[in-house]
Design a protein around this ligand. Structure first.
Ligand SMILES: NC(=O)c1ccc[n+]([C@@H]2O[C@H](COP(=O)([O-])OP(=O)(O)OC[C@H]3O[C@@H](n4cnc5c(N)ncnc54)[C@H](O)[C@@H]3O)[C@@H](O)[C@H]2O)c1
Ligand SMILES: O=C(O)C(=O)C[C@@H](O)[C@H](O)[C@H](O)COP(=O)(O)O
Ligand SMILES: [Zn+2]
Length: 363
C-alpha cells in the first residue's frame, strides 16, 4: 500500500493507493470523525450494481444513506445535482455528515460539488473506481456540465482523503481503461521525458496490464498531479498545464454530445493536436508519428470525430475556462516536461483545425 500526502491550500490529505485500500476507510472515519452524524454514499448505477453491497458491508456504519445516479456524464447535470441536494436535505444531513463519492470521475465531480455547496460545504471523501480517477479524485476540481461547456459550474473543493482501491479497476471495460490511460499519458508528457519514455516502453497494449505496472503508472501520475496542485490550487498559473489536450478535448466532448465520446478519448485527440501545434511553433523535436502510432495501437482514434464543425469547435474553445477576453489560451509543450500556456489567434487555430480535419489527424 502506498500513501501520498497532498497539501493544497489549507487542506492536507492522504491518498491511499493499493489493493485493499478501502478496508482502511472505516477506521479512518472512526479516528477522524468521532462526531459523525450520517454518511451519504453517492455512486452510479454500474458501480452500485458491482460493488455497493460489499462496500456498505465493509463500512458497516449506522445512518448510511445511498444516492445512486446515472452512469457517465449523465450524472453531471443540474437535475441530478438538484436531486442529490434534495436527498441530502430529506435525510437531514448536517455539518457533521460526510459524503462518500464512490465511482469514477463523473461521480467524483458531481459528489464533490454537492459536498462543496450543501450547507456551504460538508466534508467528502473520494473512493475512485476508474483509472481516469487517479486524476479526478485528487486536486479538488469538482463540477457539473452546462450545455454551453464542460465543467462550467463548479468549485475548487478538496476531499478529506482519497482511498484508491485498485481491486475495483479489474471490472473496467476496455474503453474505460483507454479513457483513463489518456490522463496518465498527459501526466507523463507534461512532467518528464523519463516517465514518458518508460510509459511508451512499458505499455504496448491495454488488454492485460500487470498490477505492478498499473500501480506504478497511477502512482507516478498522482505524484505529477499532486505536485502541481500543491503549487497552484486554484489554477492561477501552473495548474493550467494539467489542461494539456483539454482545450480541444472539452470542445469535442461538448460538440459531440456529453458521453458520446469519453473524456480521455477526446483528450487523446486534443493532445495529438496540441503536440502538432507545439512542434509547429517551437523547435520541439518530437516523434509525433511514432506517438500517433502508439496511440492507435492502444486503440485510440487520433482524428476528429466525423461531422464536427471546426467553426463550432473554435467557438467552444473560446468559451474555455482558460480563455481571457474570448482569446483562446492553449497549453503547448516546448519539450516533454516543459509546458507553457500561449494565446492563439482565432484565424491560426481555425486554419490548423481545418488542416487536422482535412488530413484525418496528423497524417
Ligand atoms: N476533477 C478533475 O480533476 C477531473 C480530472 C479528469 C477528468 N474529470 C472528469 O471525470 C469524468 C470522467 O471520469 P471517468 O471516466 O472515471 O468517469 P465515469 O465516472 O463516467 O466512469 C466511466 C464509466 O465507467 C463505469 N465504471 C466506473 N467504475 C467502474 C468499475 N470499477 N468497473 C466497471 N465500470 C466502472 C461508470 O459507471 C461509467 O459508465 C469526466 O466527466 C471528466 O470531465 C475530472
Ligand atoms: O486538475 C486539473 O486542473 C485538470 O485540468 C485535470 C483535467 O484532467 C480535468 O479534466 C479537469 O476537470 C479539467 O478542468 P477544467 O477546469 O478544464 O474543467
Ligand atoms: Zn481530464
Amino acid at each position: 500500500m502506498e500513501t501520498l500526502h497532498i497539501s493544497a491550500g489549507s487542506k492536507k490529505y492522504p491518498v491511499y493507493i493499493g489493493i485493499g485500500a478501502v478496508n482502511q476507510l472505516k477506521s479512518f472515519l472512526q479516528e477522524n470523525y468521532p462526531k459523525l452524524t450520517s454518511v451519504l454514499i453517492i455512486t452510479d448505477e454500474t458501480v452500485g450494481k458491482l460493488y455497493l453491497e460489499e462496500f456498505k458491508a465493509a463500512l458497516n456504519l449506522s445512518e448510511t444513506y445511498v444516492k445512486v445516479v446515472p452512469a457517465g456524464e449523465k450524472a453531471k447535470t443540474f437535475e441530478v445535482y438538484h436531486e442529490c441536494l434534495s436527498y441530502a436535505l430529506e435525510k437531514k444531513l448536517d455539518r457533521k455528515s460526510l459524503i462518500l463519492s464512490f465511482g469514477g470521475g463523473a461521480v467524483g465531480d458531481l459528489a464533490g460539488f454537492v459536498a462543496a455547496s450543501y450547507m456551504r460545504g460538508i466534508p467528502f471523501i473520494q473512493i475512485p473506481t476508474t483509472i481516469l480517477a487517479h486524476d479526478s479524485a485528487v486536486g479538488g476540481k469538482v463540477a457539473i456540465n452546462h450545455a454551453l461547456g464542460k465543467n462550467m459550474i463548479g468549485a475548487f473543493y478538496q476531499p478529506e482523503a482519497v482511498f484508491y482501491d485498485l481491486k475495483f479497476l479489474q471490472s473496467l471495460p476496455p474503453a474505460e481503461i483507454r479513457s483513463g490511460f489518456a490522463e496518465v499519458i498527459k501526466h507523463a508528457l507534461i512532467s518528464d521525458e523519463e516517465f514518458y519514455d518508460w510509459l511508451v516502453k512499458s505499455v504496448e497494449n491495454l488488454n492485460s496490464i500487470p498490477n505492478t505496472l498499473m500501480t506504478e503508472f497511477l502512482t507516478k501520475g498522482i505524484k505529477v498531479k499532486g505536485a502541481i496542485v500543491e503549487q497552484d490550487e486554484t489554477e492561477t498559473g501552473v495548474r493550467a498545464y494539467l489542461n494539456f489536450g483539454h482545450t480541444l478535448g472539452h470542445a469535442i466532448e461538448a460538440e459531440a454530445g456529453y458521453g458520446s465520446i469519453s473524456h480521455g478519448e477526446a483528450v487523446a485527440i486534443g493532445m495529438v493536436f496540441a503536440l502538432k501545434i507545439s512542434m509547429e511553433r517551437h523547435s520541439f523535436n518530437f516523434n509525433l508519428l511514432e506517438f500517433n502510432e502508439w496511440l492507435k495501437k492502444l486503440g485510440y482514434v487520433t482524428e476528429l470525430p466525423e461531422g464536427l464543425s471546426t467553426h463550432r469547435l473554435l467557438a467552444r474553445m473560446k468559451q474555455d475556462k482558460k480563455s481571457v477576453g474570448q482569446k483562446v489560451r492553449f497549453v503547448l509543450l516546448n519539450k516533454i516536461g516543459s509546458p507553457g500556456v500561449e494565446e492563439l489567434d482565432d484565424a491560426y487555430l481555425l486554419n490548423r483545425l481545418d488542416a487536422f480535419k482535412r488530413q484525418g489527424g496528423i497524417a
